[in-house]
Design a protein. Structure first.
Length: 392
């Protein structure tokens, strides 16, 4: 007799906290430490951001292979291996006295990102709970959504009192002594019952269905890549963008701080309201929020800056969940790991390029950079128009 899946809280809480540690020490860390690292090593602060971009590119090439491993029940080991890679990469960064060890550290961190970011966590939940994983995916992103709220102040505090090397050592230790044991609590998926096949899954699929699947994969990949560019780019330039629309530096930072709470609000809305609708509908709604905010800021001026930030945050919070729920709802749980790996590759590449490209555009025109972000979200909305919604 097969074992039932464990309680949702027993799985979601550890994965969510482990994701918070992983993202806090890798993805969010440069925003605080890029300046101090650059000053100490005699490098521009952009060298650290370039390292993050390189790491994301490395992770993008790993996606499909890691996904196949996950589909064979390797999600728990992938998450554990990611914590080891994060710790090793952070130790290399902490020991760096020049660009070469800095680059090596980011490459190792990139391997960790490919093994253990959201996509792996989503696949682990799908292997355990099948088509019922949607709300659990929302729960993980809800916990990890506090990463900037916890990670940025903590990293800044450690840097001020002990230096940037100590801050990196702290995150390395957190990966080994906090995140890794939490990920080991995840049941081995190979021992869990797989989702039972439906009659539709058992029937041979005709070429028209396969063509429909390919079109849906392309459409979802375009939507993920477009919105990933917006999310990564705005995260890097938001305060500078707002100052170009008339806000003081202090006001821009205060308004930008609303992104985190707004994302949490979006994720709560997904968990308690939007769950009634097909994930394609949720994703379409999410892509519309930012363009509304763009119009408000462009034509209303700085008084609408808070509206812009909050609309962006709510939409981005829902889109983050869509990265896990859309592939599950459209294609089903079979081969889920490989699919999310394929879909994550272009999104990570576009996210890696976004801070540089949007920053360059911002130097030329704040209005142009604002309109580009809105247009990309609308492109994502248009791409979803090609998705044939099939609830699984």
């Amino acid at each position: 007799m097969s074992r039932p899946a464990p309680s949702a809280f027993r799985v979601v809480a550890p994965i969510g906290v482990a994701q918070l540690v992983g993202y806090g020490g890798a993805y969010y860390m440069p925003a605080i430490l890029a300046g101090p690292i650059g000053r100490d090593l005699g490098l521009p602060a952009t060298a650290t951001f370039a390292g993050l971009s390189a790491a994301l590119v490395v992770s993008s090439f790993m996606g499909p292979r890691v996904g196949q491993w996950i589909d064979r029940g390797g999600a728990r080991m992938a998450l554990v291996a990611a914590n080891i890679c994060f710790a090793a990469g952070l130790l290399l960064l902490a020991a760096a006295h020049g660009p070469w060890l800095l680059a090596a550290g980011w490459i190792v961190m990139g391997v960790g990102m490919g093994l253990g970011f959201y996509e792996t966590a989503f696949a682990a939940l799908t292997l355990l709970y099948g088509v019922n994983a949607r709300n659990l995916i929302s729960g993980v992103t809800l916990i990890a959504g506090f990463t900037s709220t916890v990670g940025w102040p903590l990293t800044a505090l450690l840097e001020v009192h002990y230096g940037w090397r100590a801050a990196l050592l702290f995150w390395a230790a957190a990966n080994i002594f906090v995140a890794l044991p939490l990920n080991l609590l995840l049941p081995a998926q190979s021992a869990m019952p797989r989702p039972s096949a439906t009659q539709d899954d058992e029937r041979p699929r005709d070429p028209q269905d396969e063509a429909s699947d390919r079109a849906a994969m392309i459409a979802v990949a375009v939507m993920f890549a477009a919105t990933s560019f917006v999310s990564s780019g705005l995260s890097a330039v938001m305060p500078n963008l707002l100052t170009q629309f008339g806000l003081t530096a202090a006001s821009a930072i205060a308004a930008s701080a609303l992104v985190g709470p707004s994302q949490i609000a979006g994720r709560l809305a997904e968990m308690f309201f939007l769950r009634r609708f097909h994930p394609v509908m949720s994703a379409r709604l999410a892509t519309v929020f930012l363009p509304i905010g763009v119009v408000a800021l462009a034509f209303g001026g700085p008084i609408f800056s808070t509206v812009f930030v909050m609309f962006y945050g709510v939409g981005n919070g829902i889109i983050t969940i869509s990265r896990g729920t859309l592939p599950l709802a459209i294609f089903g749980p079979s081969g889920y790991g490989r699919r999310v790996g394929l879909l994550a590759a272009p999104a990570r590449i576009s996210g890696a390029l976004a801070p540089l490209l949007l920053g360059m555009l911002l130097d030329v025109s704040g209005a142009a950079s604002l309109y580009v972000t809105g247009a990309l979200n609308l492109a994502g909305l248009a791409a979803l128009g090609f998705v044939v919604s099939r609830a699984r």
